[in-house]
Design a protein around this ligand. Sequence first.
Ligand code: ATP
Ligand code: MG
Length: 448
Amino acid sequence: MIRKLIRRVFGLGDAEPETFPLEAHGIRRENISYGSRKVCEILQSHGFHAYVVGGAVRDLMLGVVPKDFDVATDASPEDVHRLVRRSRLIGRRFKLVHALFGDEIVEVSTFRAAAPGEVDEETGRVLRDNVYGNRQQDAARRDFTVNALYYDPATQTVLDYHRGVRDLKRKVIRIIGDARARFREDPVRMLRAVRLAAKLGFTIDPKTRAPIRELADLMGNVPPARLFDEMLKLLLSGHAKACVQRLRAEGLHHGLLPLLDVILEQPLGEKFVHLALAQTDERVRLDKPVSPAFLFASLLWHEVLAAWKARTDAGEGRIPALYAAMDEVLDKQTDKLAIPKRYTATMKEIWALQPRLENRSGRRPYGVLEHPRFRAGYDFLALRAESGEASGELVEWWRRFQDGTPEERAELLLPAREGGEKRRRRRRRRPGGAPGPQDAGPPPVLAD
Ligand code: ATP
Ligand code: MG
């Protein structure tokens, strides 16, 4: 008893976990995914231990549908790979196995221990954590008590080293061990605490929460690509709005989207960002696809607008100024949070479509309609209209134009002078100099 108390006070975790039977947690083996059940069965039939761990156990106990299922085992990655027929070894630094069952990918990791002496002296960040360990060590290196539960499908029991079940009941996110040290080891945990609290409607335990504000700057040491992955999880959690509000409340938003705090201070910008986040949350909850590029384009739009205006005020041409503004904003952003190229390319297309959507005369609307990102550009325009910065009438026009028959489209077109920008440049020729069709089908795409 005293040993137990001492271990608990020092946050060491008990050597023996608390065990919860089915009646206490309610997770039946049928509730876990086919793939994770199968992996556990295969490994256990060869004498290994295997458990469903992490977010899936937590979510199932809360009646939330888990996003994915992870398995932890004492079998080595090579053993897992050998025993599970459709599987692949991944990772160089720390090996994992992906087991494939139809569409499902189960991530199988071998028990790990936090490696002492592998911490960066200055920042406290873990540089290497690739040491195999036992189940107890594996539990201790996890981030929060509610994420360190082990479910054994064979016996339908939950093993709990850190009072995670109690914290689940109390709806508390509590770090395992000393908060300051664990956040120094890996600052991303601060972000995860906020994301989980917002997603689950939990509070962050005061001792876990206290050092966050002070350590927020450590986010600057996290590799931008990793930060992007966690940020994406946050934004696509279905609780993006709540997450961003909490990030702000904890003073964590500076290091993430360095431009976001500026934007949130402008009334129109704030409205726009909140609408974008609310819309994303809605789509996630309805199980509709969400485009990260669209979302990031929304988050940074007002920054682009500001940079664009500064340039046109300084006399730059409208369209070149927009392109330069886009690059300027993305460059500034990428230092902290690396938005992958495949997204930034789409973001630029969405932004660049905005002035083109203003033009409703001549053949240009046909070209815009053919643009591969037309739909995203149009949705973006609708979002701008909803926040009050674009005209609802323009959105309605495009809705009718895209749904219209060729005759209806022709009727919708405005005479050249009312159509927005006057044509300043000569129309470009099609490749090869051939003239575009004059009477049949949509006219050729004209680059603006
Ligand atoms: P989600 O529902 O978003 O998937 P999750 O808790 O499952 O939430 P994952 O990123 O899938 O999050 O991580 C799986 C598990 O790995 C976590 O539950 C936790 O036990 C452990 N883990 C993940 N990231 C960290 C970290 N930075 N430090 C310590 N443990 C971590
Ligand atoms: Mg998970």
